[in-house]
Write a protein that binds this ligand. Structure first.
Ligand SMILES: [Fe+2]
Length: 161
């Protein structure tokens, strides 16, 4: 499968927002590695669940930032978050009940979604926040700092067995 990697094109030039996005790519890449290793379904589950949980924290942080700056595109942006989040949670549940064995199409789907979302929706959001004089550079917006403190940590890509 194609590599799931961070690319400088996705940079928003905000250290905290960029760190979140880099972590999302890392988590998708961890998931792809766990799937291709095909050794441990628990490891695949944990990678998928960590990604789904990280998305929740990250998306809420973006939504709080958009709310606090009166972003006019909030509704549509949130809709995109909700769709991805529902998809990720649905896959987590299906995997948990044994109804699903993940293939490489899943991380590819997440990576494609994320790169398109960052390039269009997140870029618009960041431009708006900057115009509004919202704190983005340096230590980042408060919503991102708060979310960062609560987020799950990405696990190593190599299964233990
Ligand atoms: Fe977003």
């Amino acid at each position: 499968m194609a590599a799931v990697v961070w690319n400088d094109e996705y940079k928003m030039n905000d250290s905290v927002v960029d760190a979140h996005h880099r972590t999302l790519f890392k988590m998708i890449s961890d998931l792809a590695a766990a799937i291709s290793a095909r050794k441990d379904e628990v490891f695949v589950y944990e990678a998928l669940d960590a990604f789904a949980r990280y998305c929740q924290f990250h998306f809420r942080a973006e939504e709080q930032m958009m709310e606090s700056t009166g972003y006019p595109g909030l509704r549509d942006h949130r809709k995109e978050h909700d769709t991805l989040e529902e998809k990720a949670r649905e896959l987590v549940e299906m995997h948990k009940t044994g109804d699903l064995t993940l293939g490489s199409a899943v991380p590819q789907f997440f990576a494609r979604w994320l790169s398109e979302h960052i390039a269009i929706e997140d870029r618009r959001m960041v431009q708006w926040v900057r115009i509004q004089g919202g704190a983005l550079a340096g230590s980042g917006h408060w919503a991102f700092r708060e979310a960062s403190a609560k987020m799950p940590v990405s696990r190593a890509a190599t299964p233990k067995k």
